[in-house]
Design a protein around this ligand. Structure first.
Ligand SMILES: *Cc1c(COP(=O)(O)O)cnc(C)c1O
Length: 413
């Protein structure tokens, strides 16, 4: 059971799914009915309301949400998007498949974009910055907002791992031009598969909508105003929306539980020499789905990870730029790994070699993630507790972690 939402699937999800099936079996006219995508509409309305956005567009994955948001913002060939070296492969692939270039930037001890490094990578072609709220915690949105404003750039938030997180009281996903979320089973809430885009900008919504639904204007009305687009078919299915709608109503309960689990675990682990928790830009606003420990010394992090049967964060095959051989190949000029692109990456974007981001490499090599809500071995979090753990289980895991650190760091026991 990878994410906490998965654990909360129950009668409400079941009732919504059955309602969809009952409606389908009760009528043969449903396909021309405006209520055809009723659960999708209800999910979109509920999500827009919960997160405080003017528009929500439900799509079939977090990856589709990123692509629809990028298309909505008009980002394409000739443009550069700054993306952190610690993200998910979809954060990078979505930009490249839109025809734009990815410019990688360093993360700091928050494991999210380092604003000072982002500044140094802005060029005349930069169109957007993509903060990725990794492991449930918001990036430094004050500094990134200031940079974006100063240079006239979009902020596209990748909120796939941070549904329900907030920054200074405002939900992530509403802090920039558009926010992209995932509803796959590793995330805070799940539709088993799915995603959504939030935006306040009606034109961004219209373009994203058209792209996700064969070029139609929103809700297939023919009185729409905006840009014509040749679209794709990326919409969320009714059955998934039925699950997502029930999960959305449980988001605050799920977050409350996960935060309580993390609070107890972190307290049980206590302070230890030679290691501290990652920087949080808004401790009260994070999802709390992981507790990340950053060691002073790479060897100590590796020893502790090994002791616990997990890996340090630099060992991720899907979340670390240096662990993406296809990206390296692309940077070396192999265009076949991004099949639809006409052009090789522009000069500022060509630094995709492992080692290109030494500070990111260093902090990830010193980091061990303990699961407190999301268990995902690709994120290095195969050890820890979950939303269903009892207080005694949490205390035991805290002791195991403490003992591992004391055993692995010589001279502190
Ligand atoms: C999961 C994830 C995505 C992609 O979501 P899918 O629903 O799997 O397509 C994008 N970005 C990040 C940071 C993720 O963790």
């Amino acid at each position: 059971m990878p994410g906490p939402g998965y654990r909360f699937v129950g009668e409400e999800e079941r009732a919504n799914v059955l309602a969809v099936l009952d409606r389908w079996s009760a009528t043969r006219e449903v396909f021309d009915d405006p209520g055809e995508r009723e659960m999708v509409r209800r999910f979109e309305e509920a999500a827009a309301g919960r997160f405080g956005a003017a528009h929500c567009l439900a799509v079939n994955s977090g990856t589709s949400a990123l692509i629809a948001a990028l298309v909505g913002l008009g980002i394409g060939p000739g443009d550069e998007v700054i993306v952190p070296g610690y993200m998910f492969v979809a954060s990078i692939a979505s930009v490249l498949h839109c025809g734009a270039d990815v410019v990688l930037a360093e993360v700091d001890e928050s494991l999210t974009l380092d604003p000072a490094d982002v500044r140094s990578r802005i060029t005349g072609r930069t169109k957007a910055i993509m903060p990725v709220h990794m492991l449930g915690a918001p990036a430094d949105m004050t500094a990134l907002r200031a940079l974006a404003d100063e240079h006239g750039l979009h902020l596209i938030e990748d909120c796939a791992q941070a549904a329900g997180a907030s920054y200074q009281g405002r939900p992530v996903g509403t802090l920039g031009s558009a926010g992209a979320f995932s509803l796959n089973h590793f995330k805070v809430i799940t539709a088993l598969q799915g995603g959504f885009v939030l935006t306040d900008d009606p034109l961004v919504f219209q373009r994203a909508y058209s792209f996700h639904d064969q070029g139609w204007f929103p809700y297939r009305r023919d009185d729409g105003e905006g840009d014509l687009l040749l679209g794709m078919n990326l919409g969320l299915g009714e059955l998934h929306a039925a699950v997502g709608l029930a999960q959305l109503a449980k988001l605050d309960v799920i977050l409350g539980r996960v935060r309580e689990v993390k609070r107890r675990l972190v307290e049980g682990i206590g302070d230890l020499p030679g290691v501290r928790r990652r920087t949080l830009h808004d401790p009260a606003g994070e999802c709390a789905s992981f507790a990340v420990y950053v060691f002073d010394d790479v060897a100590h992090a590796e020893a502790v990870a090994k002791h616990l049967g997990v890996k340090t964060l630099v060992d991720s095959p899907t979340h670390y730029y240096g662990g993406l051989p296809a990206l390296t190949a692309y940077g070396r000029g192999d265009r076949s790994v991004v099949p639809f692109r006409a052009a090789a990456p522009g000069p500022a974007a060509r630094i995709y070699e492992p080692g290109a981001l030494p500070r990111t490499d260093d902090v990830l090599a010193r980091s061990v993630a303990v699961s407190t809500g999301v268990s995902d071995s690709y994120l290095g979090a195969g050890f820890g507790v979950h939303a269903g753990s009892s207080p005694a289980e949490i205390d035991e895991v805290a002791h195991t972690f403490r003992d591992a650190v004391l055993a692995c760091i010589p001279g502190i026991a």
